[in-house]
Design a protein around this ligand. Structure first.
Ligand code: PEP
Ligand code: MG
Length: 886
């Protein structure tokens, strides 16, 4: 079994085996770039070690062989007292897990080779002893779990003794003293001397990197980023190059384009006379990379040249780490760089212009989540507020408001019209009302799957979680951060995309991307790289996608907006929303009707109102299909709540008032009370039980279609029956509807389709039969998830999903992204059996999943004709449908 690869043996495709860093070091080596020689131990070796607790057979020998060849190449032996080869031992998993795992530098140094290193460095004792103390520190901390602070304290102590705050003021003798102090710390905590044998240092460091895969923070990070737990890490053993050998040495990081905006140029930081860890630790301030041109023109030019080559080779933004050792440039790492959502679009567009990628590839370089981010209002870029803390961007958006610490106070202040930010250590289900009332939620604990994060995303509320610099004191109603104390009523601003927290009110600007979709920014005539890139990529997505995208809209205004956003019809018009407001009284009359006459007169009053609603929508959607769903929710939702009514009646009776009418209402409410209303009298069941209700709606739809058509527009109504579980239900409703339609449309030329939702598991499983009576199916994946899992959709997310996410039972709420194996399977069965029974059957989805990126790919795969989603999600669905098709 081959466990060790020389850099020259790998390539960038081997990330599974060599990890990201190893694969890219190999790629650069083979491109002829100056990479310090080395080798990579595979993730397989790591997995074998983690499974058995010991290095797999053959690994030690393979390491020996590769080390020997490295020594030959370098002309030095590891830890040689006179002229030592030193190596770094670096972790590198398939997915980058920044700072989560371990690195040990300067392996090979000991009491004797430190002298040889000094000689190598031209008699630079200071450098040699500094390198040695770094090894003991890193090795102690990462390999032997010596508390890092102890080394820090010893270093501070040495500086204090010297009367300085700057590491560079410590001379060789100071550092030699520090090495002694470090060795004592090491021995105290490990019960042994610091290992002097170079090969033992190497083996222990490799083992520590293997083990760091299961370090607590790495496990947490993976869970949060949804990185599988069983990949293991590779280990890179790289010959050391030194950026701390003097002013002609240094270290830096660079991006081939700006990872924030995507703009072309030179972006990076450089630190002279330093090692990489100094940059990360922020010990000294870096200078912009451009300044390297003055310091070392030759290296600078070579670096720019390499950056251009890497971009051309990877055909993408690369980020790199490099070191200059006495005027010689070395590449320590490269990878395709992370970037903001805006930069992703801009760079994809640029790369197409540069001929490096085609538009199909550009589609793969962006995604719907990024587009959704770009559609939120955000803080203006030109503000000069400084963040006081940074947590996890748990739910995007930009929110400012007065700080409150309890749910009750949030509700109170919000009722007074104040914008509030609810600040908690972490939220729990009792905070739900406060979360609803708040503009945004800020917690000091918890990650992307914490209660706060999950619930906020579900509500589309801005949320920053896990801002652990915040010290939140709920009883005292204040938090402290970086020396500031923030009390209830103070204003803060939170950015749910970046996780940044600001004191005061940061000004907000509307999203340019939304303005573009709205039609108020013309991409051809403005100088805005982002809008132009979005325009271009969306155009390609539209050209490529097979899925149509419709919208869920119940008002003319929503329909019009969605149409501007690119909706190709309405996939769900929920008619119950049209029964609210002042019309509630009419519905009440309908429900309370004791005679046919009373009921018919209530329906007759509703008919023209409904008709007017539909006319408006048909006009807005002129020429496009409009799926109108007959009323779905249990009727008691339109009546006052039982408890409140009972109290009112009792109080009125007490006062001796005439309560006959209220009593009738109360009796009706009691009669209609259901323990499980979502499983009760709703959907098609209402249509079968309440005479005339569906008929009124069908008539309103047909009449509106005729009116609009006579006025010169094209109405394409599709009547949809909710909650059908058996074909007989649909047949009954359909027979009645067809009579009315025939009577109303006459020779107007209007064509009305009749179809059903598939949202009850039984409907999915008998779809073949149901298709006989339906011209279309629309999957109601909200109810299908509710009934498929038996999860009450109104209760569970805030109540206990955080625990399910924590346990990994699912990685994302099944109400947010379709559960492919379970609920998705029901969809697949119904699509197949429905189509088999009726090949021209139209298939769509109108549950929330219709706007979820992953789910859109699933619906593409199962062959639906369209997805339907809220207006704001329409562009996201268009983009993802395009991505699914290429
Ligand atoms: C559904 O159940 O997925 C659906 C679209 O209907 P509603 O959300 O109105 O129940
Ligand atoms: Mg439903």
């Amino acid at each position: 079994h081959k466990y060790v690869y020389d850099f020259a043996e790998g390539n960038k495709e081997l990330k599974d085996l060599l990890g990201g860093k190893g694969a890219n070091l190999a790629e650069m080596t083979n491109l002829g770039l100056p990479v310090p020689p080395g080798f990579t131990i595979t993730t397989e070796a790591c997995k074998a070690y983690l499974a058995t607790g010991r290095e797999p057979d053959g690994l030690a020998d393979q390491i020996e062989a590769h080390l020997e060849s490295l020594e030959r190449e370098m002309g030095r032996r590891l830890g040689d007292p006179d002229d030592p080869l030193l190596v770094s031992v670096r972790s590198g998993a398939k997915f980058s897990m920044p700072g989560m795992m371990e690195t040990v530098l300067n392996v090979g140094l000991n009491d004797r080779s430190v002298v040889g290193l000094s000689a190598q460095a031209g008699g630079n004792d200071r450098f040699a002893w500094d390198s040695y103390r770094r090894l003991i520190q890193m090795f102690g901390k990462t390999v032997c779990e010596v508390p890092g602070e102890e080394f820090e304290h010893a270093l501070d102590e040495a500086k204090r003794a010297k009367g300085t705050k700057n590491d560079l003021d410590l001379d060789a003798d100071d550092l030699r003293g520090l090495v002694d102090a470090y060795k004592k710390i090491f021995a105290k905590h490990t019960g042994r001397e610091f290992p002097q044998e170079p090969r033992e240092q190497l083996d222990l460091a490799i083992r520590a990197v293997f083990e760091s895969w299961n370090a607590e923070r790495a496990v947490l990070y993976r869970r949060q980023e949804r990185i599988p737990a069983d990949l293991g890490t590779a280990v890179n053993v790289v010959s050391m190059v030194f950026g701390n050998l003097g002013p002609d040495s240094g270290t830096g990081v660079a991006f081939t384009r700006d990872p924030a905006s995507g703009a072309q140029g030179i972006y990076g930081d450089y630190l002279a006379n330093a090692q990489g860890e100094d940059v990360v630790a922020g010990i000294r301030n870096t200078v912009p990379l451009q300044e390297l041109e003055q310091l070392d023109k030759k290296s600078y030019d070579e670096l720019l040249d390499i950056m251009a080559r890497l971009e051309g080779h990877y055909r993408d933004l690369c980020d790199i780490e490099f070191t200059i050792e006495r005027g010689k440039l070395w590449m320590l790492q490269t990878r395709v760089g992370k970037r903001t959502a805006a930069a992703a679009f801009v760079i994809a567009g640029q790369l197409v212009d540069e001929g490096l990628i085609d538009l199909d590839e550009a589609l793969h370089r962006v995604n719907g989540a990024q587009l959704a981010q770009l559609m939120f209002p955000r803080f203006r870029l030109d503000h000069d507020f400084q963040p006081v803390a940074k947590g996890i961007g748990a739910s995007p958006g930009a929110a400012s408001g007065k700080v409150v610490f309890t749910s009750a106070r949030a509700v109170e202040l919000a009722a007074e019209g104040e914008a509030v930010i609810l600040v908690r250590r972490e939220t729990n289900p009792d905070d739900l009302n406060g979360m609803i009332a708040a503009q945004g939620i800020l917690t000091s604990r918890g990650g992307k799957t914490s209660h706060a994060a999950v619930v906020a995303r579900g509500m589309g509320k801005t949320c920053v979680s896990g801002a652990d610099e915040l010290d939140v004191d709920v009883p005292a109603k204040r938090f402290t951060v970086g020396g500031h104390t923030v009390v209830e009523g103070d204003v803060v601003s939170i950015d749910g995309t970046t996780g940044k927290v600001y004191l005061g009110e940061v000004p907000v600007m509307p999203s340019e991307v939304v303005q573009y979709f709205e039609g108020s920014l013309d991409p051809e005539h403005i100088d805005n790289a982002l809008v132009r890139a979005v325009h271009r990529i969306m155009g390609h997505a539209d050209a490529r996608r097979r899925l149509l995208v419709r919208t869920n809209a119940d008002t003319g205004a929503d329909a019009a907006r969605a149409r501007r956003f690119g909706a190709e019809g309405i996939g769900l018009c929920r008619t119950e929303h049209m029964f609210l407001g002042d019309r509630r009284e009419l519905v009440e009359r309908l429900i309370l009707a004791r005679t046919d006459d009373e009921r018919e007169s209530a329906l007759a009053a509703l008919l023209p109102l409904q008709r007017a609603d539909f006319e408006e929508i048909f006009r807005e959607m002129d020429g496009l299909p409009v799926t109108v769903r007959l009323i779905d929710p249990p009727l008691h939702e339109f009546l006052p709540p039982l408890e409140q009514l009972a109290v009112n009646v009792a109080v009125a009776q007490e006062r001796g008032e005439d309560v006959a009418q209220e009593e009738a209402l109360l009796a009706a409410v009691r009669r209609m009370h259901e323990e499980n209303p979502m499983l009760g009298l709703r959907g098609v069941r209402l249509g079968l039980v309440i005479p005339g209700l569906f008929a009124m709606q069908v008539r309103a739809i047909a009449e509106a279609a005729v009116t609009v058509t006579r006025a010169g527009a094209v109405a394409r109504p599709e009547i949809m029956v909710p909650l059908v579980g058996a074909v007989q239900e649909l047949e009954t409703v359909r027979a009645e509807a067809e009579k009315i339609i025939a009577e109303v449309v006459g020779d107007s030329g209007v064509e009305v389709l009749i179809g059903t939702m598939i949202e009850v598991p039984r409907a999915a499983l008998t779809a073949g039969q149901i298709a006989e009576a339906a011209q279309f199916f629309s999957f109601g994946t909200n109810d299908l998830t509710q009934m498929g899992w038996g999860f009450s959709r109104d209760d569970v997310e805030g109540a206990f999903f955080w625990r399910y996410l924590e346990l990994g039972i699912f990685g994302i709420s099944p109400f947010e992204s379709i559960d492919r194996e379970g609920v998705g399977r029901l969809v697949r069965i119904a699509a197949e059996e429905g189509r088999a029974a009726r090949p021209e059957l139209k298939l769509g989805v109108c549950g929330e999943h219709g706007g979820d990126p992953d789910s859109v790919h699933f619906f593409h795969e199962v062959g639906l004709d369209y997805v339907s989603c809220s207006p704001f999600r329409v562009p996201v669905a268009r983009l993802e449908a395009g991505r699914a098709a290429v």
